[in-house]
Write a protein that binds this ligand. Structure first.
Ligand code: FNR
Length: 362
């Protein structure tokens, strides 16, 4: 049957994938309240479309950290994509390049930075988890630089792994034919089977819980690449991100996989945007499944959005073609939303094009 929207890929992925893998991709933390909320909160924002505006030409192009891309829709880092499809991160990289947008590669990819670079040209960011052993981090950042990655996306919401109960029940572990490819040569590419989520045990063993703002400064001493801080959801932390030299902020709750009962990212966005005072761009991820969601995020001040699960689910369903289709559908839906709201370019999208449930009556 023909696929007509991004969400339809989830059911296909669920059918195709082993339960352990599907559960890992789909799950959120604990009660999964935030997981539902990430998507649901978009429905509390309605449009105030403007009419009788010439929308015969619509321009979706934008610039992110100086890179010109086809649309403000990019790919979030999601780990271990070869569990979804044998081509894994290669397929995602090719689909992103074909769509002329940015892919973020996870530290925990099942393909290395060099392998992903070998797929050809494309603008790519590298997501960084900070290991206790800082020489591991230094080496990895150098390799990402050499492989042509254009920014570091520093994930700051994971000093420990959130409790994803399905992964605990399934004793989730990376399948034996795969490795966390970036760490293979460092002997950190495997995950042991434990009486817990194997990933949670891996994180407890390797990831630096003491990570703090001073390390954002440290990172700036080992790389010239711009650093996006991913996982900010408060005004306080947005101000600190600006103060500590971040090149941008990603408003993210890690796809609701870390702390449960944090607000949907779309509800936290505006306070972060206000606190950043236009000094650095603010992006959003979490629950984006429609072009209308993209528009709402931009109306609330985001410079762009990233998508996570839609990529792994479409990858599982149909490999590179699936990811291409997801990007195309979101592009087309977003373009249509702009036309029907009376916006010809991204800068014409304003706060007045939407009304949120939490706005005072006008
Ligand atoms: C993630 N996310 C994530 N984030 C990160 O910084 N490093 C990572 O390795 C991963 N891995 C990962 C795996 C899977 C299966 C998921 C679903 C998510 C979080 C990701 O970058 C992003 O924040 C969310 O996925 C966005 O929410 P949606 O689009 O999945 O709703």
């Amino acid at each position: 049957m023909e696929i007509t929207n991004v969400s339809e890929y989830e059911a296909i992925a669920k059918q195709k994938l082993p339960k352990m893998v599907y559960d890992y991709y789909a799950s959120g933390a604990e009660d999964q309240w935030t997981l539902k909320e990430n998507q649901h909160a978009f429905s509390r924002i309605l449009f105030r479309p403007r009419i009788l505006i010439d929308v015969s030409k619509i321009d979706l192009r934008t610039t992110v950290l100086g890179f010109n891309i086809s649309m403000p829709i990019m790919i979030a880092p999601t780990a271990m994509q070869k569990m979804a499809h044998p081509e894994g991160e290669y397929a995602t990289a090719r689909a992103a390049a074909a769509a002329d947008t940015i892919m973020t590669l996870s530290s925990w990819a099942t393909s290395s930075v060099e392998e992903v670079a070998s797929t050809g040209p494309g603008i790519r960011f590298f997501q960084l988890y900070v290991y206790k052993d800082r020489s591991v981090v230094t080496q990895l950042v150098r390799r990402a630089e050499r492989a042509g990655f254009k920014a570091i996306v520093l994930t700051v919401d994971t000093p420990r792994l959130g409790r994803r109960e399905a992964d605990i029940k399934n004793r989730f572990v990376l399948p034996p034919n795969l490795t966390l490819k970036n760490f293979e040569d460092l002997d950190l590419g495997k995950m042991d089977k434990t009486n817990d989520s194997g990933l949670a045990s891996y994180v407890a063993g390797q990831i630096d819980r003491s990570l703090s703002w001073k390390d954002v400064k440290w990172l700036q001493t080992i790389t010239k690449l711009p650093i996006l801080v991913k996982g900010v959801i408060t005004a306080e932390d947005a101000r600190l991100a600006v103060q500590y030299g971040a090149a941008g902020i990603v408003v993210s709750n890690h796809g609701a996989r870390q702390l449960d009962y944090v607000p949907a990212t779309i509800m936290a966005l505006e306070e972060v945007v206000k606190a950043a005072q236009g000094r650095i761009p603010v992006f959003l991820d979490g629950g984006v499944r429609r072009g209308t969601d993209v528009f709402k995020a931009l109306a609330l001040g985001a410079s762009g959005v990233f998508i996570g699960r839609p990529v792994v689910f479409s990858l599982a369903a149909d490999g590179e073609a699936g990811v291409r289709k997801v990007l195309q559908m979101l592009h087309d839906e977003f373009e249509l939303t702009m036309a029907l709201s009376g916006c010809c370019s991204l800068k014409e999208i304003t706060r007045d094009h939407i009304v949120t449930e939490w706005d005072r009556p006008r």
